[in-house]
Design a protein around this ligand. Structure first.
Ligand SMILES: [Zn+2]
Length: 253
């Protein structure tokens, strides 16, 4: 059984002391590939180095909305150069976050729109972060046109999920799904077509219910796959095969 962690910040400092061990545990759990999205321009060189040092790690380059204070107008032009030179599997992590206070909305929109257009130009999928902003993300995807990608750690309604599928986007689900009180997410994953689902850990963040409060890591993806299988009443092998095929197709792995 092969799993792909479609969203894991393996370049994060939290993994500096034991990254090799973390990767070994992921391999042992069947998580042989990971998409590693960027957060700031300053993070790109370390991300590149991290992905080059191990097999199965695929970088995405972008400017994450939660790190707005670190972005500068020239970073969009620099991103264009990086994408052209490095040929990443995706643009991201990018998006809109209207939940965290103090992030200027218009400035977020500027960087997000710039990355949407870059993805269209280079025909690359997007890794999108959308918190309290799913409707506007859908609008911008639709208005920009000819895009595809994933809205990671999806937290919207079934109707919003459907609108995203119609625009060629998948939804990424991970740790939050494993909490018994996450009724809306658990209902969604029970009823949605599996062909639109990607599995993710978002490690080191968003630990699942089994490691509440601890550092998350990609090996935990197996537990997330197990939760999806139980909720759907479907063998885990089928969940793994379909979601892995989805990730391979989206990111051209
Ligand atoms: Zn992330």
């Amino acid at each position: 059984m092969q799993l792909i962690d479609s969203h894991c910040h393996l370049d994060a400092d939290e993994f500096d002391l034991d990254r090799d061990a973390v990767l070994s545990r992921a391999q042992a759990a069947g998580v042989g590939m990971q998409i590693v999205p960027a957060v700031t321009a300053a993070s790109w060189p370390k991300l590149k180095q991290t992905c080059a040092a191990a097999s199965g790690l695929h970088p995405a380059y972008g400017l994450h909305p939660m790190f707005l204070s670190e972005h500068r107008p020239e970073h969009l032009a620099q991103l264009r150069e990086w994408v052209e030179r490095e040929a990443p599997v995706a643009i991201g992590e990018c998006g809109l976050d209207f939940f965290v206070e103090g992030l200027d909305a218009d400035s977020q929109r500027h960087y997000f729109q710039g990355q949407l257009e870059l993805a269209r130009e280079f025909q690359l999928p997007l890794v999108v972060h959308a918190r309290r902003a799913v409707d506007e993300v859908i609008q911008r995807i639709r208005r920009t046109g000819r895009l595809r990608g994933v809205v990671h750690s999806f937290s919207g309604s079934p109707e919003q999920a459907r609108q995203l599928w119609d625009q060629g986007f998948l939804i990424g689900l991970g740790g939050p799904l494993t909490y018994p009180r996450a009724n809306r997410l658990r209902t969604l994953v029970t009823q949605m077509p599996l062909e639109f689902l990607l599995l993710e850990t978002d490690a080191p963040d968003q630990p699942d219910a089994g490691i509440r409060g601890q550092r998350n890591e990609p090996a935990r993806l197996l537990d997330i796959a197990q939760t999806v299988a139980e909720l759907r009443g479907q063998p885990i092998e089928e969940v793994a095969a379909q979601t892995t095929a989805n990730a391979r197709r989206l990111f051209a792995l």
